[in-house]
Design a protein around this ligand. Sequence first.
Ligand SMILES: Nc1nc2c(ncn2[C@@H]2O[C@H](COP(=O)(O)OP(=O)(O)O)[C@@H](O)[C@H]2O)c(=O)[nH]1
Ligand SMILES: Nc1ncnc2c1ncn2[C@@H]1O[C@H](COP(=O)(O)OP(=O)(O)O)[C@@H](O)[C@H]1O
Length: 206
Amino acid sequence: MEYPGNLFVVAAPSGAGKSSLVKALLELDARLAVSISHTSRAPRGQEQHGREYWFITPEEFRAMAERGDFFEWAEVHGNLYGTSRAGIESRLQGGEDVVLEIDFQGALQIKQLFAHAVLIFILPPSWDELRLRLARRGDTEPEVIAKRMNNARLEVAQAQHFDYIVVNAVFDTAVFDLKTIVHAQRLKYAAQRRNRSAVFQALDLP
Ligand SMILES: Nc1nc2c(ncn2[C@@H]2O[C@H](COP(=O)(O)OP(=O)(O)O)[C@@H](O)[C@H]2O)c(=O)[nH]1
Ligand SMILES: Nc1ncnc2c1ncn2[C@@H]1O[C@H](COP(=O)(O)OP(=O)(O)O)[C@@H](O)[C@H]1O
């Protein structure tokens, strides 16, 4: 599938800093919007329906999957997560850029569907630092941390399939790396589509 808008997919092991980085990137770049996924998991803490996720039942999720309402979906840590077509198709068709914050299984499905999607994997600077970030965020149960650290090793093994790897050591440096990838892709894709005005726009030229 090919749409005029750019599609950026960001994946990471839990605790690496993906949500914080994407949030900072969106604040710097008004032309990016994040896609809100559907999930069968229950809301946690302050989470709101339609803000962090669209929270639905496993039955509703399965029905949507059977109808083909998702571009991709996957089971992650025992819950179902998916990117709905309705959420991003019109934006991409309108030439606007979209960021997907999804797991590696979903990222690889998206690359099959959209050859021009850019896959970015966020790595923590070390396993020790990942453990510290999980603990600092409030995941303090030893079993929860152990499970996430085990999953992290499996997820990091998939980083080779991604277009870029960003190491989130110093936060602002990692945000800058993401910004550079987004900027470079906008130029490349606009040039590929022979869209001169989009190249000028990406360069902020009049
Ligand atoms: N494939 C896929 N994965 C998703 C989607 N939305 C969120 N995820 C991933 O599901 C995992 C769990 O997310 P979440 O429950 O919010 O957070 P966590 O439990 O704190 O890591 C993360 O790796 C997310 O990136 C989606 O639409 N599709
Ligand atoms: N570069 C960084 N240095 C130190 N702490 C960080 C950095 N990036 C993120 N964090 C912290 O690590 C924790 C996990 O970040 P979060 O964005 O929730 O991760 P993810 O979305 O990948 O699960 C949060 O407490 C966040 O403030």
